[in-house]
Structure formats: C-alpha cells, structure tokens
Design a protein around this ligand. Structure first.
Ligand SMILES: Cc1ncc(COP(=O)(O)O)c(C=O)c1O
Length: 417
C-alpha cells in the first residue's frame, strides 16, 4: 500500500498534506520515496535548526541514549539543569527559572497558567485579574489554551466553549492595546515576529507600549518565541533583533520556545523572571516528558553548536544576501520581502498572479499556488497565511545552498508571469 493510502486509512485526517513522503534527510536536502531530491527551506517549519540529521544530534542521541533516556521529574536531572542554565545565562542573559515541556502549545499553556497564578497569588481570587491580551493574526498553538489565545477565528470554530479570559487587539495598534489593558489584565502575550499570521514583525513602538502598560497595570509581558526564537532571527531572542538600533529596551517577564529549540527533538520550554517564577511552586504545573535526560542533552547539544560555531552570524549574513538578491530581482510577482534573520516572507502580488488563468482555475490561495510550483522544481517552502510564502532554511545554511534557493525560486516566479 502506498504511504498516501496507508495514511488516509489509518491516520486522523486533520492535516492537509502534500502528496510527498520523505525517507531520508541530510543537511538542507530531503529525498522522497521515489528518490527525488528537494532543497528544504521549510525545515519542519523552523524546527531543524541545523538541518536534517546533523552530527551533533546523531551523537547526543547515541551518547545519551547509552546512558539514560528517561527518569521522572520526581528526581534531579543534571542535563535538564544544564539546559536551563544555558537558557538563563546564554539566551536570556537574565536570571530567572526555566520549565520544560514537549511543544510550543504546551509552553504557551504554561505561560497562561503562570500569568493567572501570579495574579491570583498577588491580587486574590476576587480581583478578576486573569485576562490575557493577545494579538490578531497570532498563533499560539492548538491546545484549548492555545486556540483561545490565538487571534485567528479559523482555529476556534467548532470548539466552543473556549477557555475564557482572552482579548485580542490588532497587532501593532498601540491605541487598541491601551484601550484593552486595564486592572483586570494579567498579561500581554504576543509573538515578536508573527509566523503563521504572515511574517509580521512587532514594531518597536508596540513593544515599548506593551512593556509600559504591563508596568503600570502590574501585568506580565510574555513573548511567544516558539517560532522566531532559538536563533532564527540572528539573535537568541527575536525581540532583541527587532529592537536593535532603536535605543528601546524591553525586558519580558516570560518567554516560550519550542520548534528550533530542540533542532528536531520534540521539546518546549519557558523562562520566567525571578519576580514571577515563584507563582508556579511545587504541585502547580508539570509534564511527564518535560526535560528528560535525552531531550535536554540533545537540545543543549544543538544550542551549544549554534553558539560555538557562531551560527547566529551566519543567519544575519544570509539574511542580508537574500534580501539584497531579492531586491535586485525587483520581481513583479513579489510585493515585498519581510521578516528578519532566516524567517522571511515573500509577499505575493496577487493582482499579478491573477493575470494567470491557471492560477484562477486552481482554486488555491496565492501562497499555496507558489509553494506548489516550487515543489515542482524540487524546492520546499511553506505558506504563512494566504499571501505570503515563507523561507525557513537551516540556520547554518551555506552560501551555495542559499544561491541555489535564490536561483530555483526566481525561476519559479518567472515561470508564473
Ligand atoms: C508562534 C507559535 N506558537 C506556538 C506554536 C505551537 O507550537 P506546537 O505546534 O509545537 O505546539 C507555533 C507553531 O507553529 C507557533 O508558530
């Protein structure tokens, strides 16, 4: 039976999948069952930070797998504590405490619980201080907490009653944020660089206003860096990249990560500042698989490799090379290229695409249409909403592979006008 048939028969039909099944990966390349090679600029949607099957992951999986795979958070776990130390000292460069889980949605659920519990402890059950303000077009995961926090109706439909206590404001709208935040606000939560919503960076003014409103309303400023964190923007912290050169400094109270944090091993985490971390004391939160010896060792190996090989500098260099090349194209199908680091979004000029009858007949969104055309030439990209095509290559992608991607993608665009 083909993989497609097997999947259709036995796997829940909750994903719209491309009809490709990969059997092998190495670096930036994937091979499908027919032996066809693809240049992968999706990397599992910003997960495989060092590409497919990097040496450090193979080695740490084998070495830690020989020693100890799982115990329980009933006990002290050395690898987990060392990973937490790396997060505090190297990524955040600020004291605080780290919690480990298995995914981005779970990390964000943890943030929601942290904000509620901290407000409850400090202001009492009758204060009504439990509201979390999030942004439109955001994406915070598929758990009940995640879909309630997410500012997109499409993830919520059919799942009522939703978890109450969320208010969504238009992204980067400072006056709407000011209107929404009050004494009932427990936290403001947003992605410094929205991923699924279309590669939308938060403006420095919005971040500064959020920080100030949290200060005056005794609320937590929480960043979802599940997609834009772990080095994807060229810094460990996405918001720092976006604030560079502005003179504005923002210090969040809590930050979540997953995706690239484990380089392909399923692990999520959040950091909480010393001021609020104590709200989640013994018995208040937990996860059987959070921060296992195996997961922690692999994640730490990935993050240390990024640091020790100055891979963040490569992210910034390749961003510059890509942006320069694309701006030279001045391509009629591309309205703009947005995003930072290696989290980039090509905004499709829909009117130009509409001139093509095959597009109109396809019934596909503009981004999906372009993504499909790229697959035809052996390149993987991913939509971010209806009008944006995302590039999320591995962080250590070399010049030659970026050049190959630029060549392939330009040919795809040329073929569509
Ligand atoms: C910003 C952001 N938050 C949370 C999530 C959910 O992460 P996960 O799928 O690991 O639960 C995602 C996934 O795309 C994301 O991009």
């Amino acid at each position: 039976m083909t993989t497609a048939r097997l999947t259709e028969q036995f796997v829940l039909g909750n994903y719209g999948r491309f009809p490709i099944s990969f059997v092998r990966g190495e670096g930036s390349y994937l091979w499908d069952e027919e032996g066809r090679r693809y240049l992968d600029f999706v990397t599992g949607i910003a997960v495989c930070a060092l590409g497919h099957c990097p040496e450090v992951m193979k080695r740490s999986l084998a070495e830690q797998g020989e020693k100890l795979i799982h115990v329980s958070n009933l006990y002290q776990i050395r690898e987990q504590a060392e990973l937490a130390q790396f997060v505090v000292e190297r990524m955040m460069e600020r004291s605080g405490k780290v919690f480990f889980c298995n995914s981005g949605a779970e990390a964000n659920d943890g943030l929601i619980k942290l904000a509620r519990k901290r407000a409850f402890d400090k202001h009492g059950a009758d204060s009504g201080k439990h509201v979390i303000v999030t942004c439109r077009q955001s994406f915070h995961g598929r758990t009940l907490g995640g879909i309630a926090a997410t500012g997109q109706d499409k993830v919520k439909v059919g799942f009522d009653p939703l978890l109450p206590g969320f208010v969504h404001v238009p992204f980067n709208d400072v006056s709407a944020l000011k209107e929404a935040v009050n004494e009932h606000t427990a936290a403001i939560l947003f992605e410094p660089l929205q991923g699924e919503g279309g590669i939308n960076p938060a403006t420095p003014g919005f971040m500064a206003a959020a920080a100030e409103l949290c200060e005056t309303n005794d609320a937590l400023l929480m960043f979802d860096e599940v997609q834009c964190g772990s080095g994807r923007t060229g810094d460990w912290c996405g918001w720092k990249t976006l604030l560079q050169g502005t003179g504005i400094e923002v210090e969040p109270d809590a930050v979540s990560w997953a995706k690239g944090f484990g380089g392909g091993f399923p692990i999520g985490a959040f950091w909480a500042s010393d001021d609020c971390a104590g709200a989640l004391g013994p018995g208040s939160h937990g996860s059987t698989f959070g921060g296992t010896p195996l997961g922690s060792a692999v994640s730490l190996g990935v993050l240390k490799t990024i640091e020790e090989n100055d891979i963040l500098a490569n992210v910034r260099r390749q961003e510059k090379r890509i942006k320069e090349a694309v701006s030279e194209w001045n391509h009629p199908l591309i309205d703009s290229l947005r995003g930072v680091g290696l989290m980039l979004g090509f905004v499709i000029n829909v009117e130009a695409l509409k001139a093509r009858p095959a597009f109109l007949e396809s019934g596909k969104t503009p981004s999906l249409y372009v993504v499909n055309a790229a697959i035809e030439v052996g390149m993987l990209t991913v939509p971010a909403g209806e009008f944006v095509v995302r590039w999320l290559p591995r962080l250590d992608v070399p010049d030659a592979e970026v050049d190959e991607a630029l060549g392939l993608f330009k040919n795809v665009l040329d073929s569509l006008i």
